[in-house]
Ligand binder design. Structure first.
Ligand code: 3HC
Length: 311
């Protein structure tokens, strides 16, 4: 690549300018953005499955309506992010085929089963809470379409987090069985939520380049720490205990020290060995097959319309 163009590009990024689709960019910048944005989009779409499992089982009409709205939002986030990725020259089909071929990932968090209604609370509170921690800085990511997509996504995420925390508040303040359900959900979702932030900084191959090109504004460990510091007091307010015996407030760093994450589990789930990974991929493959006729019909309609306009 032309060193002068690269220098000008890096000066623009360093000046916090947005890089737009038609601007010159290093191929490695384009490639890592397609990687990250498409995987972000896959995560939103696969993320609909764990919660979708509870829409017909919600304990009240209000809970059902709120959960339905949240799952629909996630679909919208996915479509928004696929559109942002398409501005880099990749197609929706290419991205979906990469997912279904196991070449592209989605967040490890969505490979865990949702066993009780309390999981809907823990997911909103912890998973969307972690997502907010990660997505707020992405509103300042250097690639314009991605940053702008994040502004809308973050507004909706705060509703997702709040409805989840409200479910946990009601359960934790309910009968002993309800409180036990809430504690069980916290026990199962706490560590996988910490893994959402990615591997430790000293083992994160993409971080250096992503920080230099301001795709990432904070490192994996920095965001993970912020998430723990904000979330532990929320668990205490619920009267629930975080399943980490090493968790302790460190006055020197004004933050919590916490126990070691099981990175063997993390990499196994990244490799596709998560508890319900096979079910998630089977559901996505089925949806892609079931939707083929809709895509073909839309293409045929578009071709006829183009022919009419051209005639
Ligand atoms: N699950 C699956 N793969 C993960 C992962 C996770 N939790 N964390 C890291 N990885 C993968 C990375 O994709 C990378 O693999 P790749 O090079 O093949 O893509 C590898 O592990 C090494 O990780 P790095 O730290 O080097 O990768 P990144 O610099 O890309 O950092 C990230 C990982 C922090 C997840 C970053 O990609 C990111 O911020 N992505 C955007 C946010 C996102 O995708 N969130 C996922 C959840 S979306 C969600 O929660 C929706 C909400 O509505 C519920």
């Amino acid at each position: 690549e032309d060193p002068a163009l690269l220098e000008a590009f890096e000066a623009r990024v360093a000046a916090d300018e947005f890089i737009e689709p038609k601007d010159w960019m290093p191929e490695a910048y384009r490639k890592t953005l397609v990687r990250q944005i498409s995987q972000h989009a896959h995560s939103e779409i696969v993320g609909m499955l764990p919660e979708g499992n509870w829409i017909t089982r919600a304990p009240s009409l209000r809970r059902k309506a709120v959960l339905l709205a949240k799952v629909q939002d996630e679909a919208g986030h996915g479509l928004y992010l696929y559109c942002a990725a398409e501005t880099l020259g990749t197609s929706r089909d290419q991205m979906t085929e990469a997912l279904l071929a196991g070449k592209a990932k989605y967040s490890t968090i969505f490979n865990y089963p949702t066993l009780t209604w309390a999981d809907m609370g823990a997911i909103g509170w912890l998973v969307d809470g972690a997502a907010i921690m990660n997505q707020v800085p992405l509103q300042r990511t250097s690639y314009g379409p991605y940053a702008r997509a994040m502004v809308k996504v973050c507004k909706e995420e705060s509703f997702h987090q709040r409805q989840g925390y409200e479910i946990m508040t009601v359960l934790a303040g309910g009968t002993p069985e309800q409180k036990a359900m809430a504690q069980d959900a916290l026990d199962r979702w706490w560590w996988p939520s910490l893994m959402m932030f990615g591997p430790p900084d000293d083992n994160s191959p993409n971080t250096a380049q992503s920080m230099r090109w301001r795709i990432k504004r904070d490192t994996n460990d920095a965001l993970r720490q912020k998430f723990v510091d904000i979330t532990v007091p929320q668990a205490e307010f619920l009267g629930l205990s975080v399943p980490d015996p090493d968790l302790a407030w460190n006055a020197d760093k004004q933050g919590y020290d916490f126990g070691a994450i099981d990175w063997d589990e993390f990499y196994a789930v990244v490799r596709g060995e998560g508890p319900v990974a096979k079910e998630r991929m089977a559901a996505r493959r089925q949806a892609w097959q079931d939707g083929a006729w809709v895509r073909e019909a839309a293409d045929a309609h578009a071709a006829k319309r183009a022919a009419r306009i051209a005639a």
